[in-house]
Each structure stands twice: as C-alpha cells, then as structure tokens.
Design a protein around this ligand. Structure first.
Ligand SMILES: Cc1cc2nc3c(=O)[nH]c(=O)nc-3n(C[C@H](O)[C@H](O)[C@H](O)COP(=O)(O)O)c2cc1C
Length: 303
C-alpha cells in the first residue's frame, strides 16, 4: 500500500515529513538511533564546530510559559569527534549535520570535514541567538549569508539547508539571499531571543542572561515566517518552532513547509511525539482524501 507520508526535501528521500531539530539528542549515534527508531523521517545533529566548545555555565535551560528558554552556548565535542562517532552509521533515515562557524571560509572547512562522514545533508546554523561571533551575528546579514552559502557550495555537493533566525525584521530577505547563493532549502526558525528574571534575587535566570525561546510560544512566529518565505522562494522549507501535535505539523505543511522539525516537544511528550504526529497526519490525509502529504504543502496560499 502506498505510504501517503513519503516525501522528498531537496533530494532527501523521507519516509515521513518529521525530523529531529538540531541541538536535542543529537550528539551520539545511540541517541540519534533512538530518535530514528521512534519514527522520525530524518535526524539533525547538534550544531558542530571545528574546535570543541564547552558552552556556558549553568543555568543553561529554564522552563517558561509555553516553552523553554536556553542559552547552552553551542557545547559540542568538535566535528572530528562526531565524525568518529558516526564512523559506523547504522541509521536507517537521512542524517543532516548541523554546522556553525565564525566566517565563510571556516564554514567551508567544516563542510569539507563533514563530507568525509556518512551524512546526507548539511544544515548551516547562522541563527543561534546567544553565541558571540557566530549564529545570528552572521545570519542577520543577507550579504554574509550569501558569502557563507557560496563558500560551502563551492566545497561540497550535497543538500544544503540554511537555518534562519526570526530575530530580524526581514526573514524573507535572508531566505532569498540563501536561495540566490545556492542553498537547497531553508529551515525556519531557530529560537526567538528572550530572557527570564527571578524576582527574589532580581537577577536574570540564565547564566548568559539572554537566551532563545522555543516551544509552543514561538509557533505563531515560526508559522508566519514559513508562510512569508514560501511566497518568495522556490526551494523547499523545513518548518521548525513549536510543533507538538499532528495538528500543529499540518499547520506548518499548509503554510508551505515540506517537512517539520521537532525539538522542545520531545522534552514535554517524549520520543512518542514522532509517531503521534505521523499517525495523526496520515489519518488527516486519508480523511481528506489526499494521496500524498505533498498535496497539502502550501495549501493555505491557494484560493
Ligand atoms: C536545548 C536546546 C538546544 C538547541 N541547540 C541548537 C543547536 O545546537 N543548533 C541549532 O541550530 N538549533 C538549536 N536549537 C534550536 C532548535 O533546533 C529549534 O530551532 C528550536 O528549539 C525551535 O523548535 P522547537 O520549538 O520544536 O524546539 C536548540 C534548542 C533547544 C531547546
């Protein structure tokens, strides 16, 4: 029987339109396997840099109304260690490596290293809201996005996603720059710059003071970003931000996302969120007599 959930995003064949978002359970083969076994259509690694990085001191994560605030500071063992970890890639779903760097040339070097591993695509993190010299400090500038994407494009030939920040007035301009420079797809969005204060001490709760908000609180922002980007670029979009049910996944697909990534909902609902979303989307497609999930991508734009 035909699998109505089957789809492809920028050449990546997916058995369903759900993916693990970067930064959650994405550092070891074992944890990535557990996400794949739970039903994700693809997995994205934690963002990796050329050098190992400790990240910030605690607290790095705090629960707030409607979501989670984090300022981890991009802790990771470095791309080389991750590649060794992936040496025996036993994943049965595509693996996308998330990369961060401090300049276009360094992104190209990281991409070259990444391409020596058994990976199926890259996601460029030009959108982390709380790390100095990288993330959104680069990715708020369309010209820098173009330089980064071009540098990586000249180096590797694999599906290349650019993950954008919502912390700008014109995310569409960033998406257009990424497309023009040769990106295969857009991931929208990374976390929304935010903070929390403990009134007893009068101090900001996160050690880094400012962090990134994720979860259902950011969903309407993410949805608006996907909707606007869909109207302006032809490359596929991966929706991300507050997907925590099959209904919210359908909203992103109808807004124009070809697939969705899930992060924070794993903390609240566990890995069963992937089956919950996939089963629900499948039932929805059948109830509405659609033959494929592709048929509802961008449906909200059609009159
Ligand atoms: C604890 C935590 C760590 C994260 N680390 C990364 C990261 O390393 N790279 C990245 O691109 N995004 C990172 N993100 C952002 C998520 O990938 C995602 O864009 C964001 O959380 C919105 O999706 P969600 O509401 O489903 O969590 C992180 C998010 C959280 C909560």
């Amino acid at each position: 029987m035909k699998n109505v959930l089957e789809t492809d995003v920028a050449g990546l064949k997916l058995k369903n339109p759900t993916m693990l978002a970067a930064g959650i359970l994405g550092l070891s083969m074992e944890s990535l396997m557990s996400v794949a076994n739970a039903g994700a259509g693809a997995v994205v690694s934690k963002s990796l840099g050329i050098e190992p990085r400790h990240g910030y001191g605690n607290p790095t994560v705090v629960q707030v109304e409607g979501g989670v605030l984090n300022a981890m500071g991009l802790p990771n063992p470095g791309i080389q260690v991750f590649i060794q970890e992936m040496a025996e890639n036993r994943l049965t779903v595509p693996l996308i490596l998330s990369l961060y760097a401090f300049a276009p040339k360094e992104f190209a070097t990281a991409a070259t290293k990444a391409s020596t591993a058994e990976v199926n695509g890259l996601e460029l993190n030009v959108s982390c809201p709380h790390a100095s010299g990288t993330g959104q400090e680069l990715g708020r500038d369309p010209k820098l996005i173009m330089d980064i994407v071009k540098a990586v494009r000249e180096t590797v030939n694999m599906p290349l996603f650019v993950k954008l920040t919502p912390n700008v007035t014109d995310i569409v301009g960033l998406a257009k720059a990424a497309e023009k420079a040769g990106a295969s797809g857009i991931t929208a969005i990374n976390t929304v710059k935010a903070m929390a204060i403990d009134i007893e001490t009068s101090k900001p709760i996160l050690a880094n003071i400012i962090g990134g908000l994720s979860g259902s609180a950011v969903r309407p922002i993410a949805l608006r970003c996907v909707y606007e980007i869909y109207e302006s670029v032809k490359i596929p979009i991966i929706g991300c931000g507050g997907v925590d049910s099959w209904q919210t996944a359908v909203q992103f697909l109808q807004a124009g996302a070809s697939a969705v990534q899930i992060g924070t909902a794993i903390a609240t609902k566990g890995l069963s969120i992937f089956r919950e979303v996939n089963d629900g989307v499948e039932r929805f497609l059948k109830r509405k007599s659609y033959g494929s999930v592709k048929e509802i991508v961008g449906l909200s734009h059609r009159s």
